[in-house]
Write a protein that binds this ligand. Structure first.
Ligand code: IVH
Length: 694
């Protein structure tokens, strides 16, 4: 915690009269306030935060805690009295007639159970309460006012009592209706919700910005905030923004009884409501939802940092009431922080199986995304340069789900005076061969292939891995030793090892050595798909390997296939086809494969494939689908024999367009390529599955 507040200048040590020394809590409060103001300005005015959101929240939480303990020290200018952005001078300030509330937070099952129990006690209800659960969207809270169904004003939440008038910008967001549907809405309706930037839009924007050498957006939340604060609405319009609506503020003579009714009415009026909102009964059902969403979180297509649970019944909401701008009837169940700052201790250059050189940041260990992180990927040399990394830099680290932790940003103001920038290696750190980096490629490689010990080790590890030959007990440490002692050069050598040889290695007893040899023998009986995958051909993952096995059915057929023939295989395009061809054209590779077969590696011949109903077709997916993720949709199509491409061209057979489909659907229309919506798509999949071909 201490390092998070070190930015604050030392606060005045004496009270205003210049004599009385400040008591310790007053000093901490003053330091916190100054620090928080500094970070608020960076975040909201400069759009360039130096702290992860969770770290900022921790500062604010501490200040709230201290002020609660010492109410006499609360001053009107404390950041707690005005949490949020100062309305920027450029936009008109608008007062919210009904305050825009904040949410209480909890971070564990126990805290949630306590909250739910308190709700029940307070309303004196015996049975199970009804709740709505929905993703907590990481975007910008806004208020939209509709007069007689027409959008007349859009405003940011600001500090909750007044925000900024961003009507012109809000009008550019495609998900915001300029006019409501039907005629059942009240004369005045205030819709509240979250404007956010979907992840694919965020990535696309950053890719374009990177290639144009422009400044990148830090994260989707900042991107949404920055986009809405553009003075020129055309700029806002060029950013891919969307909105989910979640509550009603002013509502005239409309008197819904429940939160659920509000959402249903919103949908009828053409307002976008999250497809994942559910209405459930009881605490366990809420916790199930929290668990489910955590699993799905990384495939939602937008950033969600938790679940918002609300008591459904408005009568009960009124009975529960609101304290200090936080309703007692709602809570945000927050997932573990996904970002944190820490110090860069060094950069290591790792050589992968295919020679690709990946810079890896060595970090002061930090707890983020539910785990302690001490290594983070820096992707490639371009990224190191783009970040302008120096040793000793304070950096922002992100970790989401199972994704490898990433360094996303350098906090330049914290750079030590004597910091050296990170030097790029010119030679392979493992074999000293000069590194190659073809023009236009982001990845630098060691060209030495299997003569490079690092590549040798990595390809052996891949060969032995669970989804490949699955040689239990042949772990990384063992492979490292086998290569370093020159005992094994390629996968075929593994099968020449005996118990004595393995036992001679460090940390190997007779029993574990025996086990390794047994596992090697057992691995000889495998499947064709595993064998192909184990060879480690560039771009050939498990799916492609399985497709190749089913298509060619024998090693001779695969070995002798032309690039054209390879192109026929689902999921194989020209690049992959040429990689496979050049693998089998390589003399050394042919030798290794032949020796493996001599070692009696064998597999049953794959069954003749059922006719693939979509064979030869190329499909394109665009927009968001509500019943499955895009990856799932892609997997279904590939299973049916189709290829799935990323962009629409003359070769496209069909396009599946979900809501939010943009340029690809347009292109399809221009080229007169048939477009299918999600309902028809799902029906088509069901039909093929029923026929047993899927
Ligand atoms: S409900 C009392 N629902 O969280 C009702 N808020 O900490 C308050 N937020 O300012 C809002 N997703 O920016 C609600 N599904 C959701 C939300 C959500 C994100 C944000 C919103 C609000 C903040 C409160």
């Amino acid at each position: 915690m201490a390092n998070r507040i070190e930015r604050a200048k030392m606060p005045e040590l004496t009270a205003k009269d210049g004599r009385t020394p400040m008591p310790p809590p007053a000093r901490e409060i003053a330091a916190l306030r100054e620090n928080i103001r500094y970070h608020l300005h960076r975040y909201h005015v400069l759009d360039d935060p130096e702290l992860a959101d969770s770290e900022f929240d921790a500062l604010l939480d501490r200040l709230v805690e201290l002020e609660n303990e010492h109410p006499d020290l609360v001053t009107p200018d404390s950041p707690t009295q005005r949490v949020g952005a100062e309305p920027s001078a450029r936009f008109a300030a608008v007062a919210h007639e009904l305050p825009m509330l904040s949410l209480d937070k909890c971070a564990s099952k126990e805290e949630f159970i306590d909250w739910e129990a308190r709700c029940r006690t307070r309303v004196g209800y015996e049975g199970e309460l009804e709740f709505t659960c929905e993703p907590k969207i990481d975007g910008v809270a806004v208020s939209l006012i509709y007069e007689n169904g027409v959008l007349v004003r859009g405003a940011t939440r600001g500090d909750g009592s007044s925000g900024e008038d961003i009507t012109a910008n809000v009008r550019t967001v495609p998900a915001v209706p300029l006019r409501l549907l039907g005629d059942t809405y009240p004369a005045t309706l205030e819709v509240r919700g979250e404007i956010y930037m979907p992840l694919d839009g965020f990535r696309a924007f950053n890719e374009a910005a990177a290639s144009a050498g422009e400044r990148l957006l830090v994260n989707p939340r900042n991107a949404a905030a920055g986009s809405l604060r553009q003075l020129d609405p055309k700029l806002t319009a060029s950013r891919p923004l969307s909105m989910y609506c979640y509550s009603a503020g002013l509502r005239g003579d409309w008197e819904p009884d429940t939160q659920w009714q509000v959402l249903e009415a919103f949908r009828r009026w053409g307002l976008r409501v999250n497809e994942r909102v559910v209405r459930v009964a009881g605490v366990e059902a809420c916790l199930d939802y929290v668990r489910l969403l955590l699993e799905e979180k990384d495939s939602l297509g937008y950033d969600a940092d938790g679940v918002v649970v609300k008591v459904n019944d408005f009568g009960m909401q009124d009975a529960l009431g609101t304290v200090t701008r936080r309703p007692r009837w709602a809570i945000a169940y927050k997932y573990p922080a996904q970002a944190a700052t820490t110090v860069l201790k060094g950069v290591e250059f790792q050589v992968g199986r295919t020679g690709a050189i990946t810079p890896v940041a060595k970090l002061e260990p930090v707890f983020v995304g539910g785990a302690t992180v001490s290594n983070a990927t820096l992707h490639n040399m371009d990224e190191v340069e783009r970040l302008d990394l120096h040793l000793g830099d304070t950096v922002m680290v992100h970790r989401a789900g199972d994704v490898i932790p990433q360094v996303t940003k350098v906090i330049e103001s914290k750079r030590p005076g004597d910091a050296r920038s990170v030097a790029m290696p010119q030679r392979c750190p493992a074999c000293d061969t000069p590194i190659e980096r073809p023009e236009g490629e982001a990845v630098a490689r060691c060209p030495a292939g299997l003569t490079c010990p690092a590549q040798r080790k990595e390809s052996l590890k891949h060969f032995a891995s669970r989804l490949a030959m699955d040689i239990e007990g042949l772990g990384d440490k063992l492979v490292d030793q086998l290569v370093e002692r020159g005992m094994v050069k390629d996968p075929a050598d593994l099968y020449g090892l005996d118990v004595d040889a393995v036992e001679s290695l460090e940390r190997m007893g007779p029993k574990s050595a025996r086990n390794v040899i047994d596992a090697l023998r057992a691995s000889k009986h495998t499947t064709f798909a595993r064998f192909i995958y184990a060879l480690g051909i560039r771009e050939v993952g498990e799916t492609t390997a399985a497709n190749l096995a089913n298509h060619f059915r024998s090693l001779d057929a695969l070995n002798g296939s032309s690039e054209e023939a390879l192109n026929e295989v689902p999921d194989v395009g020209p690049i992959v086809a040429s990689r496979i061809r050049s693998f089998f054209d390589d003399e050394d590779n042919r030798g290794v494969v032949a020796r493996l077969i001599e070692q009696d590696i064998h597999w049953p011949t794959p069954a003749r494939p059922a006719k693939s109903p979509l064979a030869g077709e190329t499909w394109v997916l665009t927009g968001t689908l509500s019943t499955m993720t895009r990856n799932e949709a892609r997997a279904h199509l590939v299973k049916l024999g189709a290829k799935v491409a990323g962009s629409v061209s003359g070769a496209t057979t069909r396009v599946v367009a979900g809501p939010g489909a943009g340029s690809k659907a347009k292109k399809a229309a221009e080229l007169e390529i048939p477009v299918m919506d999600e309902t028809d798509f799902v029906a088509m999949l069901a039909e093929h599955e029923a026929r047993g071909s899927g």
